[in-house]
Design a protein around this ligand. Structure first.
Ligand code: SF4
Length: 213
């Protein structure tokens, strides 16, 4: 156990909900997904539009409150090398919360972050010691495809992949490389994998297709 943040109302999470007892969805182990509001991107096929809209009701919770909510699965986490997955929206917008949460949970829980990596490096540096496993959806490494699909630039994503490589964390990262109907092709995807490989020795790639509603 580490610092107590109960008296620090600045460190809270705009909490949307939990998804418990996920089996090997994020690699090894049983996990609980924690969904929180906020994302810097506007992906065309986003399944979580309500997360991006300002209308969905959220409540702000502290790291201690989240710990009390998820510790019911402590034995599962420990027995399977599972833990807590921060998702969203964009989990790393809440890097300070993740850091504070990691300091109060048992050391053998894994902390995972689902992320697009399109966040300032300051947030990466805060999250780096706290996150054990990174699940990175790069969309597409081609800046034009990325902008067309997300409305944003991917320079920050590339900088943060370099940061993870320089920190020696490539082995802790799964790179998700989607086929995005009407936006990229199998050839684009192959180029994305190649481009990531030039940044660092990333070896775990998850190739999949977005489902379009
Ligand atoms: S990164 Fe995820 S949550 Fe954010 S807009 Fe894209 S699909 Fe939606």
């Amino acid at each position: 156990m580490g610092q107590n943040t109960e008296n620090n109302p600045a460190i809270t999470l705009p909490f949307l909900g939990l998804d418990r007892l996920r089996m090997e969805t994020d690699g090894e182990g049983v996990t609980t997904l924690v969904a929180a509001k906020g994302c810097p991107l506007s992906c065309r096929y986003c399944l979580n539009k309500e997360i991006l809209s300002g209308e969905v009701p959220v409540r702000a919770i502290t790291p201690e409150q989240l710990f009390r909510m998820v510790r019911i699965d402590d034995l599962y986490f420990r027995a399977t090398r599972g833990g807590v997955v921060f998702g969203g929206g964009e989990s790393l917008l809440h890097a300070r919360f993740i850091r504070a949460f990691s300091a109060i949970v048992p050391g053998d829980w894994r902390i995972l972050a689902e992320t697009c990596l399109n966040v300032p490096q300051e947030l990466m540096q805060i999250a780096l010691p706290a996150v054990d496993t990174w699940i990175v959806d790069i969309k597409d490494m081609n800046p034009e495809i990325y902008r067309a699909y997300t409305g944003q630039d991917n320079a920050q994503v590339i900088a943060n992949l370099k940061l993870l490589a320089e920190a020696g964390r490539c082995g802790d990262v799964t790179i998700r490389v989607p086929l995005i109907p009407s936006f990229n092709t199998e050839e684009d995807r192959r180029r994305s994998v190649e481009a990531v490989g030039k940044i660092g020795p990333f070896t775990k790639f998850d190739l999949f297709s977005y489902k379009v509603r």
